[in-house]
Design a protein around this ligand. Structure first.
Ligand SMILES: *Cc1c(COP(=O)(O)O)cnc(C)c1O
Length: 406
């Protein structure tokens, strides 16, 4: 299954990234492999440069950094690995706590656990659905105390070291306020922009703002390498350390001397070749996603109790997923609509189970997260592949309007 869009509708083979789509079925969001991918992959195979070093890895890093306005980039096997390394570079240690929004795909919370630290969940905001600076502030101000320069969660006694700002669904979080809070309380920020490549905050591309920002090239993301990730930074020392940790912390490549317990987290040249080809189409893909979103927004506007994912005044969203929200006075509940669409061969998906309710993270501390719970009940993502045709989108819209006007 595409990792960040869990299904509750049972096995859906056609939803697999890259799997053939049955005639008449409209998938949620599938890869668009129609550029130079073949040419570049063939070059890897013909030259034998197939593994974790090669010119496409260097090129993918350089070009991705340039595309997001960062100086340096380190390619990784996936976005979760990029987050894990970013947390280590932020100084997160076993027994620490790291603030994570409750409403996100689970990867950032899991990456926190890989370091031995614990995620602390905060709510998202009702207007833009992103990590809520008010919830973060309430935790830092009322839930923590400072003891000899160390910020501690009063309830657990653990040191609060960092915050993972997740930009969900293609849309940037309120980075200005969140960075100001982090500075005020002396905690580090890692940005999980894995769902929001191509988006910008106050005119600045995501990747150029937070010193440690992670991206993903999983099969269902805006750009894909099959699987892959990237950590971007402007800091030479952090970049060097990231390169070291992602290559088994090797000090001497001839004598196999390793300075730490490192990780085998490097992307292969074959995957990077796909990435270089995909990256050539970033602007085009964002423009298509935004056009699809605009058409949905217009279509649902007249419907009672139905809204399309909003865009904040600070944001230019990449509109990675197209997500609608059905309030209590809508003609259909989100799960009924999910079944109606499914019956019409249209794939839709709810958002993720809020992490403060996740069995995987039941040992974690959490702020109250009513908005995360409500959004998960009310939201549904609908088809938005970059090669969705106008006719297909019309079919989705007609089905929606019929179900939601009754
Ligand atoms: C996709 C995703 C990741 C990274 O996923 P990988 O499959 O490891 O590349 C991390 N965080 C969020 C919010 C995601 O949606």
């Amino acid at each position: 299954m595409p990792s960040s869009t869990p299904t509750i509708a049972g096995p859906d083979k056609a939803a697999e990234p890259g799997a053939p789509v049955p005639a008449g079925h409209i998938p949620l969001s599938v890869p668009n492999i129609s550029g130079e991918e073949w040419t570049y992959v063939r070059e890897c195979l013909d030259t034998g440069w197939v593994s974790s070093v090669g010119s496409f890895v260097d090129r993918f890093e350089r070009e991705l950094a340039a595309a997001v306005g960062a100086e340096l980039a380190i390619a990784t096997v996936n976005g979760t690995a990029a987050l894990h390394v970013a947390l280590l570079l932020a100084g997160v240690e076993a027994g620490d706590e790291v603030i994570v929004p409750s409403l996100t795909f689970i990867a950032p919370a899991n990456a926190v656990r890989y370091t031995g630290a614990f995620p602390t969940f905060v709510d998202v905001d009702d207007r833009y659905w992103q990590i809520d600076p008010d919830s973060v502030e309430a935790f830092l101000r009322d839930g923590c105390s400072r003891e000899g320069g160390t910020l501690r969660n009063r309830a657990t006694g653990r040191r609060v070291r960092a915050m993972v700002v997740v930009d969900i669904l293609g849309h940037p979080a309120d980075l200005g306020r969140l960075h100001a809070l982090a500075t005020e309380y002396g905690i580090q920020v890692v940005e999980d922009a894995t769902e929001s490549l191509g988006a910008s905050y106050e005119g600045k591309p995501l990747g150029s703002i937070t010193p440690l920002t992670a991206f993903s090239f999983n099969g269902n993301k805006l750009l894909t390498t099959g699987g892959g990730g990237m950590l971007v930074t402007n800091d030479e020392t952090l970049a060097k350390r990231a390169r070291y940790l992602t290559t088994q912390a090797k000090i001497d490549p001839i004598e196999f001397v390793h300075g730490d317990v490192g990780y085998n987290y490097r992307l292969t040249n074959i995957q990077a070749a796909v990435g270089v080809a995909q990256l050539e189409r970033l602007d085009e893909f964002v423009a298509i996603k935004r056009r699809i979103a605009a058409r949905y927004r217009e279509a649902v506007a007249p419907l009672q109790g139905v809204s399309f994912m909003p865009e904040a005044p600070w944001a230019k969203s990449a509109c990675w997923l197209a997500t609608i929200r059905l309030a209590r006075d809508a003609a259909s509940g989100s799960r009924d609509l999910l079944r109606t669409l499914g019956g019409a061969g249209i794939q839709a998906r709810p958002l993720w189970q809020p992490l403060h309710l996740s069995p995987a993270h039941k040992a974690s501390y959490s702020m109250p997260c009513p908005v995360a719970t409500q959004l998960q009940e009310e939201c549904l993502s609908i088809p938005c592949s970059t090669h969705l045709t106008e006719v297909e989108q019309e079919r989705v819209i007609n089905t929606l309007v019929e179900a939601l006007s009754s």
